[in-house]
Design a protein around this ligand. Sequence first.
Ligand code: GTP
Ligand code: ZN
Length: 354
Amino acid sequence: MINLIDYGFIPTMTKEDTSFIPARITAVHKERYEIACEYGITYAKPKTSIYYGRGNETFPTTGDFVLIQYNNSGDSLITKTLERKSFFSRRDPTPGRGEQAVAANFDYVFIMASLNMDLNVKRIERYLTLSWQSGGIPIIILTKADLGEDFPEQVRAIEKIAAGTAVYAISTKTGYGLSGLSAYLKPRKTMVLLGSSGVGKSSLVNALARKEIMTVNSIREDDSKGRHTTTHRQLIMLNSGVMIIDTPGMRELGMWDVSVGLGEAFGDVERFLGRCKFYDCKHNNEPGCAIKSVLVKGELPQERWDSYLKLKKEAKFSDDKAGYIREKIEWHKSIARCSKQRKKNGDSMGRMGR
Ligand SMILES: Nc1nc2c(ncn2[C@@H]2O[C@H](COP(=O)(O)OP(=O)(O)OP(=O)(O)O)[C@@H](O)[C@H]2O)c(=O)[nH]1
Ligand SMILES: [Zn+2]
């Protein structure tokens, strides 16, 4: 028996449809989902009439809350994807399908980078923008502090571009800094880990899980099911009640619509906008350009401005592409409707002729 509230479910998430029971997607397999619901961990499939064909219900992803028709002798049927409070998406590998959510309903985004490799500031800025846009709260975690001697300096450098986001240096080898994360690692909260391969994402999950197993054994003896597997696209429930979404493909996250995210991640840059003499200033060499002036004075670091422009450009490209794909889908739909109509007419005429 599972109380879905322990999975972060809030009863007011469902208003109507009380005959269906709520569940959370804990893993995504091909066309089949592992779910947590009041009957335990089980499997479900999207209900065909709702998700395929004419239905346009959003396909669920890891972390989604859904409604199901429970089936105790086989796969349950998913009837609705509940509104998401946060999500990350990437371009759907199936051509023409637009964007695809890869993780949903997380509270915090752990942006992870390693202190012993070159700290890629641009990548962190990009992740910050995506995180603010996603609806989750970003936390920057700099890993492998045991390997870098000058890490306080690196932390300060990252804090400069983090615009208020908390930055932590940790080591899963020595345990350094891990206690600083406890403010976020609370029961019913969901984290998603963002970071390049090798930065130590799995090591962090293991470190957190190991700790739990030691302290939790005495508290929750009945919950001994080892769910700490490394299968991809998974929501891992730690014994502490914290959930972690571990999903590949975060590298392909698209800058879909990041207008909000850019503003949050680059508040220090955007506050200078709109102050130029000319309304349509391109900030090149126009007279009275406020941007040029703060760049020259050093009030705005050139790298920050460059990053901002680059991400804005990337976002515009993605937006246009999203628009383009949407248009294409609409076009295909209208063609499909026409040919269906034609077939229907043809069919009925055929029948009449018989
Ligand atoms: N010295 C040191 N090494 C670490 C630390 N954390 C992780 N590592 C090592 O870094 C390597 C990569 O760690 P992983 O946890 O697998 O990294 P990951 O981000 O999960 O990588 P992917 O699964 O490829 O995405 C392993 O060899 C770890 O032992 C740390 O705090 N200190
Ligand atoms: Zn200007």
